[in-house]
Design a protein around this ligand. Structure first.
Ligand SMILES: NC(=O)c1ccc[n+]([C@@H]2O[C@H](COP(=O)([O-])OP(=O)(O)OC[C@H]3O[C@@H](n4cnc5c(N)ncnc54)[C@H](OP(=O)(O)O)[C@@H]3O)[C@@H](O)[C@H]2O)c1
Length: 422
């Protein structure tokens, strides 16, 4: 990567998430000596939105996904593009093309798995040849689980020379007091992304735990060993565990790709991890059966999505058409002080083939999807822009394969703390 005048560009800085990434960089970039810019398609809106959230960007850039020259110009000036322009199924590819062609690392928050599969097929070889990292799914899904499991895997290799065999991951969240509306939980951008996945040719890939595995034999092994369960259950501590919400299909695909890429790099072929994840249902006044019913309801919506993703294209297209109209769109989502009043934890309990146990805890503040995500994405941008701060590896990577664990402590600045507990 030659000399560039910018370290990080936030593209889509007017969006619900993009404006928070810009706010993080406005606080943090100066402290690590990084130059950054906010980019969007509409200069006036960019100024207005950043002003509304009290962010002063050192520079703004006008770029539009429909104007390849503007994307090339943006990508050629910076070491890293953080892409917040979704749905990625519709808008992601030209941005990746510009980054790979012009030598910038690329990071996004997509959970649209068929899109990720397509991008691996289209860009992996070129990105490797150019020494560029293209990193998808760097939001709440799937960066914290991916990095925590990598830390567990590295710990097990170091202590016992063994690979992970089984991983259980549980997430607990504490929301702000009071009633939660839809806008407190999910953004229009995310909901519209779901409609685009459903409309896509390869919608069925969106629920496949092996969608990101390149080798068909390995993919079949992953599906056999680690199918995605949508049933509620009660864990050993008596907590009711619901399927991961809002989507149970993103983390499994990402962590299986990480394990496959990293053992492959080391010239080894460990069996796929048997991976199970879920959300701890908050206790409060609810009895165990009530919590179980609520967990089953969360699972039912995902069972419905999985069934729908496998139906005829005509049916999916009709439903996607309705969803595009009835679901909230861009700009809808959590905002203001309610973004701050969240806390969440991830617990990873891993066992090796030899029966050894490792536990990793992640403890974090801020709305998982739209504030903590924005902050740690900003930190990812800063890390990637620093020479030698991340592994040499290039290509279409997962967050953990791209970032490694050497600088996990840097995520404390984003309010996310990783610890090796046993
Ligand atoms: N996995 C996770 O944890 C996670 C968390 C958060 C978000 N996400 C994903 O991140 C994406 C963004 O989410 P969001 O809620 O922030 O979305 P949003 O509020 O809808 O923002 C979308 C952004 O894209 C911009 N945009 C749209 N069309 C464009 C074009 N032709 N050229 C340039 N910019 C364009 C919009 O600009 P205008 O303002 O000019 O329209 C806006 O800045 C979504 O796909 C969402 O699913 C994932």
């Amino acid at each position: 990567m030659g000399e560039r005048d910018l370290s990080v560009v936030v593209f889509g800085a007017t969006g619900v998430t993009g404006r928070r990434v810009a706010a993080y960089l406005a606080e943090r970039a100066g402290k690590v000596g990084a130059a950054w810019a906010a980019a969007g398609r509409d200069a006036a809106k960019l100024e207005r939105v950043l002003d509304e959230v009290g962010v002063s960007a050192p520079e703004t850039i006008v770029a539009d996904v429909g104007d390849p020259a503007s994307l090339a110009e943006m990508a050629s000036r910076t070491r890293v593009v953080l892409n917040l322009v979704g749905p990625y199924t519709l808008y992601g590819e030209p941005v990746i093309e510009a980054c790979v062609a012009n030598g910038a690392h690329y990071v996004d928050l997509t959970g649209e798995m068929p899109f990720v599969r397509r991008m691996i097929d289209a860009f992996d070889d070129r990105a490797k040849a150019a020494g560029i990292k293209v990193i998808h799914a760097s939001g709440f899904e799937a960066l914290p689980p991916d990095l925590a499991i990598l830390l567990a895997a590295e710990t097990a290799r170091k202590r016992w020379g063994e690979d992970l065999d089984e991983v259980d991951l549980e997430v607990a969240t504490q929301a702000p007091a009071g009633r939660l509306g839809l806008a407190d939980v999910v953004s229009g951008g995310t909901l519209q992304g779901t409609a685009e996945v459903l409309a896509g040719e390869d919608a069925a890939q969106s629920t496949d735990p092996a969608v990101l595995i390149d080798d068909p034999e390995r993919a079949a092994e992953v599906r056999r060993r680690s199918p995605i369960s949508l049933a509620p259950r009660v864990n050993g501590r008596g907590d009711v565990i619901a399927p991961m919400t809002p989507a149970a299909f993103i983390n499994p695909a990402v962590i299986q790709r990480t394990a496959t890429l990293l053992t492959g790099d080391q010239g080894r072929a460990a069996p796929p991890i048997r991976y199970r994840e879920g959300m701890t249902m908050p206790g409060g006044a609810a009895t165990l059966p009530l919590r179980y019913v609520a967990a089953a309801a969360l699972g039912a919506s995902q069972i419905g999505f999985r069934a729908l993703s496998r139906t005829q294209p005509t049916v999916r297209n009709r439903i996607a058409g309705v969803l595009r109209k009835v679901l909230p769109s861009s700009g809808f989502g959590p905002s203001g002080s309610r973004l701050e009043q969240w806390a969440w934890q991830v617990v990873v309990e891993a066992r090796t083939g030899g029966g050894h146990y490792v536990r990793i805890d992640v403890d974090a503040d801020g709305h998982p999807g739209y504030l903590a995500t924005a902050r740690f994405l900003g930190e990812v941008g800063l890390l990637l822009a620093e020479d030698g701060a991340t592994p040499e590896r290039a290509g279409l990577l997962t967050p953990a394969a791209a970032l490694g664990t050497a600088h996990l402590d840097r995520f404390q600045h984003a309010g996310v703390r990783f610890s090796l507990s046993s």
